[in-house]
Ligand binder design. Structure first.
Ligand code: 4NP
Length: 150
């Protein structure tokens, strides 16, 4: 079982997009039983809020639902629970380290560091462009799955 936690700032835009897209990708491949996939934010600002309408609508285009997801802040226990803590951008890694203090087990990654063009995921909170974010996340997840051996 591979346990993956995607992390952004608010847990309403980018990390839920990664969570539900990855859930769909592993389901398409028939390997969903091998994964636990969740998401969280480094901040508590959006705690309890549903997925942002931009992310919801973008995933809906592909028949993917985000039903039942509400934002939550990452906590220290998550660091023990998950094998891969996958951040959307460098700033999130600082946020994660603020919560857990030290990455003893080297579990923290930045999603697009798995790709051939390492960079941050474009943040739709500022751009309003959820298509760009989707493209970045899709690219990252394909390389991440490859990295995991799929
Ligand atoms: P997310 O998007 O981190 O991708 O969920 C954001 C959500 C909230 C804020 C920024 C980004 N905010 O500044 O409140």
């Amino acid at each position: 079982m591979k346990k993956i936690l995607f992390v952004c700032l608010g847990n309403i835009c980018r990390s839920p997009m990664a969570e539900f897209l990855m859930k769909d990708m592993v389901k398409q491949r028939g390997i969903e039983k091998e994964f636990l996939i969740e998401s969280a934010g480094t901040s508590n600002e959006e705690e309890g809020n549903p997925v942002h309408i931009g992310t919801k609508n973008k995933l809906k285009e592909f028949g993917i639902s985000t039903e039942g997801k509400f934002a939550r802040q990452m906590n220290k226990e998550d660091y023990q629970t998950y094998d891969y803590i996958v951040a959307m951008e460098t700033r999130n890694i600082d946020g994660i380290l603020n919560i857990i203090k030290k990455d003893y087990y080297h579990k923290i990654y930045r999603l697009l560091d798995f790709s051939l063009n390492p960079r941050d995921i474009r943040d739709p909170w500022y751009t309003g462009n959820f298509e760009d974010t989707y493209q970045d996340i899709k690219e990252g997840l394909e390389y991440f799955l490859k990295y995991l051996g799929y």
